[in-house]
Design a protein around this ligand. Structure first.
Ligand code: NAD
Ligand code: HSE
Ligand code: NA
Length: 436
């Protein structure tokens, strides 16, 4: 029997403790899969008091860089998060020829081109399954299972916190603030939860997915981004009445013109599968030119589901030790020398249907003026709903348009907002239909 593979676990929070639990719970299965044991020898943490796992026989410190350099660490798991120390730890491991398994999508999306280049140059493995859609093996599926396809698009729910918040607001009538606070307690949210609710985390994940799906460099700066913090309970209720659910989606599309990358709240018809994905669950739909549409579904955040992905990467790393880089699956799905930048399209040119809610004075002729303004802009209306005001209150008009370029819709919306009877507090949300 081979010697155990020694792991340095950098971070012992929600994910780090999950990794310890899963390695222990499934130790026998793991050993049967790789022919050797995976053993955590070193842990770095800054808040040991949060830990509830046994640390017997493990060297624990708050100095991650020293852990990485230890001769007693063969593989580094980076589950600290953040940019600064996490980047130093990752590059220090690579420099020493130690494979890295990371859940840190922020680091990869924003500094990944440098980190992946360093790993390729050193011939060191880098696993990041946990960084995208938690426990769903979406990286492996796109990189390996769908490698026979030209991938044309992918889309989905890739932030568990936002899906949890939207579900709680929709199903339980919880407030945004209470639902976010629960998501934090459950260990779903990022250290800075604005990353979740403003769509930054989903944009990080979309950046990574687009890179492995299309063979393009990581292009975080090109992701158009809108979060869920302005979604109101009223929009959720009106959407339900119109037959839609509101989801935060990440969408990556490739056409002959280039690639478009966007994260935004989206109305999805309630009879489509993605509309029914609730709670912390993520779902990703991929369209390949041979397979058609394939869907993936599972828990997108939380300790054990994320640890499931980390441990799978550790198993891959263990199996590929000693295998020359050219014979391994390329880390970013395409050969490093074959990555190709494609034109990145502006969201102003993307066509989609829109949901628009307006607060208007309760006056005659209002509906006619709204529909007339849209008609003058050549935008047709698919559905419209008017809510009678309570006494002395404004009325609400909500509508769904047919597909229109964002720049054209926004110009028409500005004209609507300038009408004398339209009050402040309008809301505009894109609508997507998933063809299967
Ligand atoms: N929580 C999830 O569901 C989830 C899912 C997928 C990916 N991730 C990613 O995994 C990483 C960790 O997330 P988490 O939720 O476990 O975070 P967490 O805040 O619960 O844990 C972070 C751990 O890292 C330690 N740490 C932070 N800075 C350190 C430093 N400079 N030196 C030593 N230790 C340090 C902390 O003490 C803590 O033990 C992040 O990159 C996050 O984006 C989280
Ligand atoms: N904060 C992230 C963790 C998983 O990446 C989420 O809620 O999806
Ligand atoms: Na994953």
């Amino acid at each position: 029997m081979s010697t155990p593979l020694k792991i340095g676990l950098m971070g012992l929070g929600t994910v780090g403790q999950g990794v310890l639990r899963v390695l222990r719970k499934n130790a026998d299965e793991i050993e049967r899969r790789i022919g050797r044991k995976l053993v955590v020898t070193h842990i770095a943490t800054k808040d040991l008091d949060r830990n509830s796992e046994s640390l017997e026989g493990i060297t624990v410190s708050d100095d991650a860089l020293t852990c990485v350099r230890s001769a007693d660490v063969d593989v580094v798991v980076e589950v600290m998060g953040g940019y600064n120390i996490a980047k130093q730890v990752t590059l220090a491991a690579i420099e020493r020829g130690k494979p890295v398994v990371t859940a840190n999508k922020a680091l990869l999306a924003e500094h990944g081109n440098e980190i992946f280049a360093a790993a390729a140059k050193a011939g060191v493995g880098l696993g990041f399954e946990a960084a995208v859609a938690g426990g769903i093996p979406i990286i492996k599926a796109v990189r390996e299972g769908l490698a026979g396809n030209r991938i044309d698009s992918l889309a989905g729910i890739i932030n568990g916190t936002c899906n949890y918040i939207l579900t709680q607001m929709t199903v339980k009538g919880q407030t945004f603030a209470d639902a976010l606070s629960d998501a934090q307690k459950l260990g779903y949210a990022e250290a800075d939860p604005t990353f979740d609710v403003e769509g930054v985390d989903a944009a990080h994940k979309l950046t990574i997915l687009a890179s492995i799906a299309f063979g393009i460099p990581l292009s975080f700066g090109a992701v158009a981004r809108e979060g869920i913090s302005k979604i109101t309970a009223q929009d959720i209720q009106i959407a339900l009445t119109l037959g839609y659910r509101i989801k935060l989606l990440g969408i990556a599309q490739r056409s002959d013109a280039g690639v478009s990358l966007r994260v935004h709240p989206t109305l999805v018809p309630d009879d489509q599968l993605i509309a029914k994905v609730d709670g912390v669950v993520n779902a990703v739909v991929v369209n390949g030119n041979a397979v058609g549409q394939v869907g993936f579904y599972g828990r997108g955040a939380g300790g054990d589901p994320t640890a499931s992905a980390i441990v799978a990467d550790l198993i891959d790393v263990a199996r590929s030790l000693g295998v020359p880089q050219a014979q391994r699956v390329p880390v970013l799905a395409f050969q490093p020398g074959a990555m190709k930048a494609l034109p990145l399209l502006a969201i102003a040119d993307i066509e989609s249907c829109y949901y628009l809610r307006l607060r208007v004075a309760d006056e005659p002729g209002v509906l006619k003026a709204i529909t007339g303004t849209l008609a003058e802009s050549d935008i047709s209306i698919e559905a419209i709903l008017q809510k009678e005001p309570r006494e002395h209150e404004d009325a609400t008009v909500a509508l769904i348009t047919s597909a229109v370029k964002e720049s054209k819709f926004d110009a028409a919306m500005q004209r609507l907002l300038a009408l004398p009877f339209v009050r402040e507090g309008a809301s505009r949300i894109r609508v997507e239909h998933f063809k299967s």
